[in-house]
Design a protein around this ligand. Structure first.
Ligand SMILES: Cc1cc2nc3c(=O)[nH]c(=O)nc-3n(C[C@H](O)[C@H](O)[C@H](O)COP(=O)(O)OP(=O)(O)OC[C@H]3O[C@@H](n4cnc5c(N)ncnc54)[C@H](O)[C@@H]3O)c2cc1C
Length: 280
């Protein structure tokens, strides 16, 4: 397992900006993942999936980034689909369609990994990852531990697993036919393409929705759509996204996040909570 010294987080995140990680490693299997976690116990580390919900400040990350992209095995076991944390959601969707398994078609087009989607309790079109989880394997006190769904406290874009390395996830899905599943996946994918600014780098929705609070609507109402700081812009297609329009730095993005939060707080008395994760 090669530990790289100095790795550009602009390369490792979908925002395509940010500084360097001091150390960067991609374990080849769960055994290596456990070894590196044991070796690095008590030291600063960040577990990265596909970096599609993450931004690294320009100052960089003064610790070890463990990227899970090579932990990508998936199998069917007793009616459940077992995924390693680094399984890509696109590939998972294709695997599920091939095996006539339905449920998470809404996630087709989310550019993340299963681990990231569980930690963030990712969702779309009224469904969330937690609706399809049977159990999760985490790493705690130097060993793996299985947590059943009823032990896990999931809420909107949040899970009690935040801070714990996720190794594997067991998903429970429903039998259906491949054509129907593929048609649904394509439907959701096209919905995304028509409503999201997918031609520019971003990390998806910047702020969390809450009951009666739809950040994109408030941002629109306050005339912040299209506002730019440096190369970062509040998307003109979907105001809930900030896009890296033109060589944005992470500082540009984070200043724009702050400007939106301050404006919304001053004018609407609402504190928008960030959905994106800032590496600190
Ligand atoms: C164009 C676009 C569209 C998007 N659409 C949606 C959407 O519809 N719905 C939605 O919910 N999100 C959406 N997102 C955001 C993002 O893709 C999801 O949250 C995704 O599931 C994150 O996965 P990731 O692997 O990229 O996570 P990362 O960004 O790599 O990590 C996110 C968080 O999870 C942690 N993490 C990752 N893997 C592990 C692990 N194995 N163990 C422990 N912690 C881990 C990280 O430390 C970090 O805190 C979108 C993003 C983009 C760019």
């Amino acid at each position: 397992m090669e530990i790289i010294s100095g790795y550009s987080m602009a390369k490792a995140t979908t925002f395509k900006c940010g500084g360097m990680a001091k150390w960067f490693v991609c374990p080849a299997d769960l055994f290596e993942f456990a070894s590196i976690l044991k070796l690095h116990q008590g030291k600063k580390l960040f577990i990265l999936g596909n970096g599609s919900n993450t931004i690294c400040p320009d100052e960089g990350y003064d610790g070890l980034v463990i990227c899970t992209k090579d932990l990508n095995k998936m199998v069917i076991e007793n009616d459940l689909v077992v995924c390693e944390c680094g399984v890509d959601l696109f590939k998972l969707n294709i695997f599920l369609a091939e095996n006539n398994l339905s449920g998470i078609e809404w996630s087709y087009g989310i550019p993340g990994t299963v681990g990231g989607a569980v930690i963030m309790n990712s969702g779309a079109f009224g469904s969330s990852m937690s609706d399809y989880i049977d159990k999760v394997e985490i790493f705690v006190n130097n060993k793996t531990k299985i947590m059943k769904i009823d032990q896990l406290d999931f809420s909107y874009r949040k899970s009690c697993l935040q801070g714990y390395p996720v190794f594997r996830v067991w998903l429970k899905l429903n039998k259906d036919n491949k054509e129907k599943i593929t048609a649904l996946q394509n439907y959701y994918y096209n919905e995304r393409k028509s409503k999201q600014p997918i031609s520019y780098p971003s990390a998806g929705s910047v702020f969390k929705r809450k009951e009666n609070i739809i950040p994109a609507k408030i941002i629109d109402k306050l005339g912040l759509k299209g506002v730019k700081i440096g190369g970062a812009e509040v998307s003109t297609i979907h105001s809930g996204f900030i896009v890296n329009k033109d060589g944005a730095t992470a500082t540009d993005v984070l200043r724009l996040v702050k400007l939106i939060q301050e404006t919304v707080l001053n004018k609407e008395n609402i504190l928008l909570e960030k959905e994106i994760i800032v590496m600190e």
